[in-house]
Ligand binder design. Structure first.
Ligand code: ADE
Ligand code: ZN
Length: 335
């Protein structure tokens, strides 16, 4: 992905949050190769093609393979610490991190141990002064209504302080229209005090974004870019002030749009939709948060005022605690 690198130091220094990033997308290829070798497994394809994805379906299958290698609490904690280190290196002051238990086969039926192991890594990182991280525990679009409610009931009974939100991700195109299927789970999540973030308008059209708002009461939408295909959905986003967590490089690599020229991020911004920039799956898709800002600034000719507004939205739209938000907004004011 071509990015302007000369602006990167200023964009690393830009105080910002990341609100749409998956732990599943943070594996470094060298680590995957090492863990695969230790497990006596072959890579799923030749090393030089390891990160070449034909689209979202292929990508999600790769996540199942990669996450399956993380089979000890120590490995989970090390992924958490590495994530926090990456945030600090990119000048990201806080992240809402999506984690989808369905991908992590060694942890099926052991949600508590899974979250505790990640939490241990994040706590250690925070004690070292690294940025805070909130977890958005995610359903997969292809799960059933019962599985969704079961997950939410577990999270609600447990109320782990690390868990800030319920999420749903995966392939909307494979699953078909699932807003009605997940409505009860999202209603219960809201009642339990969890925030709600919904992948929509990536592999679905604008109707998926409307369902996320009207059926799932989304506080935030991950991607949401295909809202552009229906002006009434764009109006709905603007009127309700629901922010989109947009991931331009992800949309190019996973073939949602063929080029940045075709990507609607600038049109959505100009229409008044609240937007933040994000990486989605940084290591596997070959991007970084400052890289996303640089890419868009260069391509769309965005100046500091636009970049500041995007960073401001990233902090405001995050599920961080009020002190963290206030601190980051104050830092941003003097950028
Ligand atoms: N899980 C990880 N990355 C994803 C994406 N881009 N869309 C849906 N689910 C995902
Ligand atoms: Zn995503």
């Amino acid at each position: 992905m071509p990015t302007s690198t000369s602006a990167l130091p200023r964009l690393i220094a830009l105080p910002k949050a990341e609100v749409h990033v998956h732990l599943e997308g943070t594996f470094e290829p060298a680590l995957l190769e090492r863990w695969a070798t230790e497990a006596g497994q072959r890579l799923p394809r030749p090393r030089d093609q390891l990160l070449q994805f034909s689209g979202l379906t292929d990508f999600l299958a790769f996540l199942d393979w990669a996450c399956g290698l993380a089979n000890t609490p120590e490995r989970l904690a090390s992924l958490a610490r590495a994530f926090s280190e990456r945030l600090a290196a990119d000048g990201t002051g806080y992240a809402d991190l999506i984690v989808n238990p369905t991908h992590w086969s060694a942890w099926h039926g052991k949600l508590r141990g899974f979250i505790d192991a990640l939490d241990a890594g994040f706590r250690e990182a925070e004690q070292m002064g690294l940025p805070k991280v909130g977890l958005c525990v995610s359903l997969l679009r292809t799960q059933s209504a019962d599985e969704a409610v079961e997950l939410v009931d577990l999270l609600s009974a447990w109320r782990h302080p690390r868990v800030v939100a319920l999420s749903v991700d995966g392939n909307e195109a494979t699953a078909g229209r699932t807003g009605p299927r997940f409505a009860e789970a999202f209603r219960r999540a809201g009642q339990a005090g969890l925030k709600r973030t919904v992948h929509a308008g990536e592999s679905s059209g604008p109707e998926g974004v409307r369902d996320a708002i009207e059926l799932l009461q989304a506080d935030r939408i991950d991607h949401g870019v295909r809202a552009i295909d229906d002006p009434s959905v764009v109006d709905l986003l603007v009127d309700k002030g629901i922010p989109l967590g947009v991931c331009p490089s992800s949309n190019l690599v996973l073939k949602v749009y063929p080029s940045l020229d075709a990507h609607p991020v600038e049109r959505l911004r100009a229409a008044g939709v609240r937007l933040s920039l994000n990486t989605d799956d940084p290591s596997l898709l070959g991007t970084s948060l400052p890289g996303e800002y640089a890419l868009c600034a260069t391509h769309f000719g965005w100046g500091d005022d636009v970049l500041r507004a995007l960073a401001q939205t990233s902090i405001a739209a995050s599920f961080a605690d009020t002190d963290t938000k206030a601190r980051l907004q104050a830092q941003l004011a003097s950028w």
